[in-house]
Design a protein around this ligand. Structure first.
Ligand SMILES: Nc1ncnc2c1ncn2[C@@H]1O[C@H](COP(=O)(O)OP(=O)(O)O)[C@@H](O)[C@H]1O
Ligand SMILES: [Mg+2]
Length: 323
């Protein structure tokens, strides 16, 4: 069998901070295959952005990889040289962020920047690159692409800018498109349009799409598989179907709530679970969710939970799950 397009195993990343080491990722394993849309969901502060910034070798300067590996097409990416990592950005992995302002420089027109994003096509002329950019803007649903090319980032609405950011990422023809909270800053209508666009792209990208979100509705609409993160760990891995119909981890169940209609409703945060995730400076060695879990007993509070395999595609990190 071919190796997965992307494979992460036992990834551990900490941030040096004045309060001590923040253990943002504590042994995360994840895989994505070509043709898949993979979701990563969890409350704010669970380590989602740290995970995807490691994919793109864009970790903050105070971050330290303390264990594990990230392999793209079977090759370790964390241990590449900086020049190799730069080459990787774009051609192999392209990112779209929540704040589309960060995708662009404020002082250059969208057209100039969309041309610059195509540095991986050294042979194409500026004219050819502008033509590709125009075509891509039309593909992401921008009605007057020629006009958009002349504009500066601040002259576009948030939804337009997010589309342009997506066009920028796609112009690099990446094998993996990573979108970190791509719709969080948008209103409901815009969100629906961007999701529609992402859904349409899955057939065009011959790689994988990874969507990071704290909004379960987004997962349900476009993902095939999902990783649920809590306190720097993957607590459940499942197909979207299993996630909705047979969630196993108490955290996943709490997220989904009792009412499946929750999933479709938009809310600025996840449905509220009493309590808060633990601090990741000296996080608990036992189950990190135990203090908020209605099923927790003495074992949960004192012994690290096992990763229980429920099926070929589903696992849960929990003492209370029986297979
Ligand atoms: N540059 C940084 N320095 C110190 N701590 C950080 C830094 N970036 C993130 N963190 C901490 O790491 C943890 C995970 O953060 P993050 O990956 O942004 O989670 P998410 O994207 O799920 O909200 C949080 O406790 C956050 O405060
Ligand atoms: Mg984040």
């Amino acid at each position: 069998m071919n190796p997965p397009l992307l494979e992460i195993a036992g990834l551990a990343i900490s941030y040096h901070s004045d309060d001590g080491m923040v253990e943002a990722l504590r042994g995360v394993s994840l895989a994505a295959n070509a043709g898949e849309v993979v979701g990563i969901v969890g409350e704010s502060g669970c380590g989602k952005s740290t995970l995807v910034s490691a994919l793109n070798a864009l970790l903050a300067p105070n971050a330290e990889v303390t264990g594990g590996m990230v392999a793209l097409n079977g090759r370790d990416i964390l241990r590449r040289t900086q020049a190799e990592q730069r080459a990787l950005r774009g051609a192999e992995i392209a990112m779209v962020f929540q704040d589309s302002m960060t995708a662009f420089s404020p002082v250059l027109s969208i057209g100039t920047q969309l041309v610059d994003f195509q540095h991986n096509l050294p042979k194409a002329s500026r004219r050819e690159k502008l033509a590709r950019a125009t075509e891509m803007l039309a593909r992401v649903g921008i009605g007057e692409p020629a006009q958009c090319l002349r504009r500066y980032p601040h002259q576009l609405s948030g939804g337009m800018r997010q589309r342009a950011a997506m066009a920028a990422a796609l112009l690099m023809s990446p094998q993996i498109l990573v979108a970190d909270e791509p719709t969080t800053a948008l209103d409901v209508t815009m969100e629906a349009q961007i999701l529609h666009l992402l859904r349409g792209l899955r057939d065009e990208i011959n790689g994988a799409i990874i969507i990071v979100t704290h909004h379960l509705g987004v997962i349900g609409e476009i993902c095939d598989r999902v990783y649920v993160m809590y306190a720097g760990q993957v607590v459940e891995e499942a197909t979207v179907d299993a996630l909705y119909h047979a969630p196993q981890h108490p955290y996943t169940r709490a997220l989904i709530g009792c009412d499946p209609a929750h999933l479709q409703k938009r809310s600025p945060t996840l449905p509220t679970i009493p309590g808060r995730p633990p601090s990741l400076v000296n996080p608990p060695k036992a189950c990190a969710f135990a203090p908020r879990c209605t099923l927790a007993d003495a074992t949960c509070h004192s012994v690290p939970p096992p990763r229980v395999r429920i099926s070929a595609s589903q696992t849960a990190l929990c003492h209370k799950v029986v297979r």
